[in-house]
Design a protein. Structure first.
Length: 71
């Protein structure tokens, strides 16, 4: 997921942070991730998140990563 998002969106790779105590990750019985596409508190990222083209690229990157993980 990380590689797809960074390469397709041209965003900064902040790395993968393990968060085993988050309920959404810890209490599920299936594979799960949290994809943080951008931060609303960052002006530039908020502007990108408002852009329809950027949102479509992000959705496509997520879908591609899921497809690759399931193969």
């Amino acid at each position: 997921m990380q590689k797809q998002l960074v390469s397709r969106l041209g965003t900064r790779d902040r790395g993968i942070i393990s968060r085993p105590n988050l309920s959404v990750l810890h209490r599920t019985e299936m594979a799960s991730i949290i994809a943080e596409i951008g931060y609303m508190t960052n002006y530039k990222e908020r502007q990108r998140l408002s852009n329809t083209n950027f949102k479509q690229k992000a959705a496509s990157a997520v879908a591609t990563a899921i497809e690759k993980a399931l193969k």
